[in-house]
Design a protein around this ligand. Sequence first.
Ligand SMILES: [Zn+2]
Length: 163
Amino acid sequence: MQEKDPEKGMLVRKIEEGTVVDHIPDWKAQTVSKVLRLDKLARMQSEISVAILQNVDSKTLARKDVIKIDRWHVDEKEADILSLIFPGITVNYINEWKVSKYSSKVPDTIEGRIKCPEVNCISNSGREPVVSKFVTLKRDRLLQCHYCDTTVEFERIPDLVSA
Ligand SMILES: [Zn+2]
């Protein structure tokens, strides 16, 4: 049986060190996991454990997903990218059981995390040592490639994150 409030319940124990990504829209935890490249983390760092809760009750949303990452602090830049895709998401860093909520920033530019969808873009040419670079157009909820001007809706970012 699931508890009404997963934070108070025994669904998943509290963590001493790590990150809790909360208020993820229901059933979107896998998308968040992809953006944060959690599968890669799991392969590299054997002491990290990840709990993914899907479709749990929420006070502020009807339903939500939650990801708890034990012994790993998500990079702030990755948290900022997540907030572009899911503005309502909360990233909490846990240090010695203490929870501090991260205030995400809208990055002016994003370098090297997202692949340009334009195949002919110089950032996709294997011969050129060019790192992808996007400028954030916040009001339009778009990223624009610095090199070829191709635009990407924030919602499409998960499809373009490089592994
Ligand atoms: Zn491009």
